[in-house]
Design a protein around this ligand. Structure first.
Ligand code: G3P
Ligand code: MG
Length: 236
């Protein structure tokens, strides 16, 4: 059903508007609600890649402190919402395999190498995108792997030209702006250069209208159900 939509819908942090962010429950719900991709945030803790947005656990779990200070065993004991654990990235990939693609957003130090190593031996073609606001980290990914799909994230309108140049020099597939950096002129330019554009984050129908008007290719959404209904039934 998603194939016929005017843009691709990516569940943001799983689908943070409907379930606890970056949990397996949120990822499963995003799949059920028709997303073609889900996005999750990943930190390296010891030798494991854990799916959590912040360096601290306070906002998204019942714990307190930095993930590095807590350690893996304690982190996995925490409740990330609704009884869900902080997942490992491999658990997310297993849930999504054969169903939807996974956008792995790199957060924190050392994570680029760990993600590339983790992807070795897994099927990733058309099923994984690696993204980051840290373009040095994306360079590291490309040095280690010549073909894994990359997305260059940026947040400020004045960064668009640099982001496109960076994407082209990395052989990236995507350049992904915040809504406030969105402008139809550079979206068209990026697409003319062979890049795709995915906008974060759609939280309501007004945001959706801006993304549609820009003719971007995809958007990150907190509430896939709301967006799917708006796309099918109208959003004026
Ligand atoms: O990848 C899009 C979006 O996830 C970037 O912002 O802070 O939600 O990780 P953030
Ligand atoms: Mg993210």
């Amino acid at each position: 059903m998603n194939e016929k939509l005017p843009l691709m819908v990516i569940g943001h942090r799983g689908c943070v508007g409907r379930a606890a962010e970056n949990t397996l429950a949120a990822v499963k719900l995003a799949i059920e609600q028709g997303c073609r991709w889900v996005e999750v945030d990943v930190h390296l803790l010891g030798e494991r890649l854990v799916v959590i947005h912040d360096e601290r656990v306070d906002r998204t779990t019942d714990g307190v402190g930095c993930i590095g200070d807590l350690g893996l065993d304690r982190l996995r004991e925490l409740d990330a919402g609704g009884g869900e654990k902080v997942p490992f990235i491999e658990e997310v990939l297993d849930v999504c395999e054969g169903k939807v693609g996974v956008n792995i957003e790199l957060k924190g130090k050392g994570v680029a190498e760990a993600v590339v190593n983790m992807l070795e031996g897994r099927r990733w073609e058309d099923e994984v995108i690696v993204s980051s606001f840290d373009w040095e980290m994306l360079k590291r990914v490309r040095e280690m792997h010549d073909s894994v799909p990359i997305a260059v994230l940026f947040s400020k309108a004045r960064e668009w030209e640099g982001a496109i140049q960076q994407a082209l020099s990395l052989g990236a597939r995507w350049v992904n702006p915040s809504l406030r950096a969105l402008d139809k002129g550079w979206v068209r330019y990026a697409q003319g250069e062979g890049l795709m554009v995915a906008v974060y984050t759609v939280r309501g129908t007004g945001d959706l209208r801006k993304v549609i008007d820009s003719e971007a290719d995809a958007c990150f959404v907190d509430d896939p159900k709301m967006v799917m209904e708006a796309l099918w039934n109208g959003y004026d």
